[in-house]
Design a protein around this ligand. Structure first.
Ligand code: PRX
Length: 637
């Protein structure tokens, strides 16, 4: 496991960082040489940020599933690749060794092939957190199909939009999914999503909850039946397809500041190397350790740090089906004890929700196996940082605060566990290969201590290559705000030593419980309610979720005297159009929205009111109707 490129001292970190800037081609080609290639690349890097066009390891041929499975079989075939913990603690867990995982991935690749899936096809995956989800990802990769995982919390309508955008031809789902005390009828949701769809040919359905489902002849097949056919044919191996370095590996939809989610496209070789490099270096994974990333594979964190990062490194990755607070708030700690977890990687929202139960659920739990703690998804407040470090890590474990995004493929700014210093609420230093800069509103790069917008000026292997079906949108969203820079959408502070603290989004994107939700998308959903005239959504500080959703709504429909009922109807509309994760926390009915004479909503004022300010709202003189502000303040929730 200890790879030549695993940094083991601060001096090595500095050296690697310097080399990655001075000679990025040499730096990355040395790292790439440790992977399994079917053909070596011709050029390490070719790029320009105007188009943008970024190509790493062009001419190289490989398959990521071979790098995650086959190449480990000889050395660690019988060692665990995946540990699985069921939602219900009484249900036995599962252990899949590298040999077993390889076998199952090959079997399922046969199933995909027999059902007509071919290289480049888009396969939508909508399953809960069971090992078959990881198997489905790796099998798609093995046959060269592009997977697009959709988080279980999205509604039929949201799935339908994503299926259409990707022109997906296959779906892999399950009868249902268990999460805490609830189960979700996944197949029924897929059926609704398929009502007006005309691209999907086949739906492969895994049995998990035994929820009754409709199976449409010719379209829907059971996972288990298809596997039986492969077994009967007696053809266990499935040679991994030869893929180009730049062939798309997956699409993952994410919200932005416009109404429609976009499909972030990741490549094969660059993404693999980035997920692997960041995994080994940030968490300092050592052979034999158990890595527990609590994210859902419906998000990028699960892609990179449950599946591709750990498995490409031959690591043991623990996957958990349930939630931290069910059957009680001690569940995470029980899992850590039971599986002797060494690395725990979770989100600030989970930490804050567990903090609310105080330390009682931790009592009697042996957490002495823990060696590294990690945080991801949103800024971690100091209180949560200290609680996590003290109560969970017993002040013995380095805590890595990892900043990155769906678009970056893997961690970009973070301390390296035990190697570079941590600092509460600071993501600290960029990883080797990450050339960060801070710019002001005018796009001028700031030197030294600074606060401004976070940009990146040089390509890294794991960066997004495009937005599916609309390359212009990729350019517009990420590369047009400042010439020749990738703009992250985040604000930051940099200290004199070059440490970064991420202060949050500077665009109209909210981060609710670590889930990214665009305000424009939310407003579209609210406005779809028949009685809503107009709405504006902003974030406000929320103790557990980090940010809560605050909606100002002009309502002119029926039942306006029954405010609570209307609120529920609006929430239901959002739930139907996006998913339960996007339901507003607060809905304030207003007679108008504060607009400038040119018709622009002044969100700054709305944000201040939502945050509870009654004075110092800033300049309101440019408002069309300044008297409205008092009305909004009076009605604030
Ligand atoms: O605002 C930043 C925040 O989450 C955004 C990315 O969201 P998403 O693409 O859903 O990916 C989440 C998992 C990587 C960023 O633009 N964010 C993520 N990690 C941190 C963070 N903010 C502060 N500190 C972090 N460690």
């Amino acid at each position: 496991m200890h790879q030549a490129y695993q940094i083991s001292s601060y001096a090595q970190y500095q050296e690697a960082r310097q080399k990655s800037v001075e000679n990025p081609e040499l730096f990355w080609s040395e790292i790439a040489s440790h992977f399994q290639w079917k053909r070596k690349w011709d050029t390490v890097l070719d790029w320009n940020f105007q188009e943008p066009s970024v190509k790493w390891f062009e001419g190289g041929k490989l398959n990521i599933s071979e790098n995650c499975l086959d190449r480990h079989l000889e050395t660690r075939g019988n060692e665990p690749a995946l540990l699985w913990e069921a939602n219900d603690p009484k249900e036995p867990g599962r252990v899949l060794s590298y040999n077993e995982l390889h076998f199952k991935v090959c079997q399922f690749a046969h199933v995909l092939h027999a059902n007509g899936v071919r290289k480049g096809d888009r396969v939508c995956i909508y399953i809960g957190m069971v090992p078959e989800l990881a198997i489905a990802l790796l099998a798609c990769a093995r046959i060269g199909a592009i997977h697009s995982v959709i988080f279980g919390g999205f509604s039929a309508r949201a799935i339908a939009d994503r299926l259409e955008d990707a022109s997906a031809t296959f779906i892999i789902t399950a009868d249902g999914a268990f999460r805490g005390a609830k189960d979700f009828p996944l197949k029924a949701i897929i059926d609704d999503a398929l009502e007006a769809n005309n691209t999907v040919q086949k739906v492969i359905v895994l049995e998990r909850t035994k929820t009754p489902v409709s199976m449409i002849a010719g379209r829907d097949v059971w996972w288990e039946d298809e596997i039986s056919k492969v077994v009967a044919a007696g053809n266990p191996d499935f040679p991994a397809l030869e893929m180009d370095s730049e062939d798309p590996l997956f699409i993952l939809y994410t919200s932005g500041s416009t109404g429609k989610p976009k499909g972030v496209v990741h490549s094969t070789a660059g993404y693999m190397i980035w997920a692997n490099y960041t995994f080994l270096n940030v968490f300092q994974y050592k052979a034999g350790q158990v890595h527990f990333c609590t994210a859902d594979i419906g998000w990028i964190t699960g892609h990179s740090y449950i599946v591709y990062g750990p498995l490409s490194a031959g690591a043991c990755s623990l996957m958990f089906e349930g939630i931290p607070t069910w059957p009680d708030a001690g569940r995470f700690w029980e899992i850590c004890e039971k599986h002797s977890v060494n690395i725990l990687y979770t989100a600030p929202t989970a930490i804050r929700s567990l903090m609310a139960f105080d330390t009682k659920p931790l009592e009697g739990k042996n957490l002495s196996s823990l060696q590294v703690l990690g945080s991801v998804g949103e800024p971690i407040n100091e209180e949560a940082w200290h609680w996590y470090s003290r109560e969970v890590g017993k002040d013995l474990c380095p805590l890595v605060d990892t900043w990155w995004q769906t678009e970056t493929g893997g961690i970009m700014i973070s301390n390296l566990a035990g190697i570079t210093p941590s600092r509460p609420a600071w993501a600290t230093l960029p990883l080797p290969g990450v050339q960060v800069c801070v710019v002001n509103e005018q796009g001028k790069e700031l030197e030294g201590e600074a606060s401004g917008n976070l940009c990146i000026k040089f390509p890294w292997p794991g960066m997004l290559r495009s937005t599916w079906g609309d390359h212009a949108r990729c350019r517009q969203t990420y590369f047009s705000a400042y010439p020749d820079l990738y703009f992250t959408g985040d604000g930051c502070i940099r200290d004199a030593e070059g440490n970064y603290r991420i202060t949050g989004r500077v665009d109209d994107v909210l981060n609710v419980s670590g889930h990214r939700i665009g305000t424009a998308e939310l407003e579209n959903a609210i406005n779809a309610h028949s009685g809503v005239v107009e709405s504006a959504v902003v974030g406000y500080p929320h103790d557990i979720k980090g940010q809560g959703i605050y909606a100002y709504v002009i309502y002119n429909g029926n039942h306006s005297d029954e405010e609570d009922r209307v609120r529920k109807d609006i929430s239901m509309t959002v739930s139907k159009l996006i998913g339960a994760i996007a339901r507003p926390d607060k809905i304030q009915f207003v007679p108008g929205l504060p607009k400038t004479r040119s018709g622009k909503i002044m969100r700054r004022i709305l944000r201040k009111i939502a945050e509870g300010y009654t004075s110092n709202l800033g300049d309101t003189s440019t408002l069309l109707d300044p008297t409205l502000v008092d009305v909004l303040k009076e009605g604030a929730l």
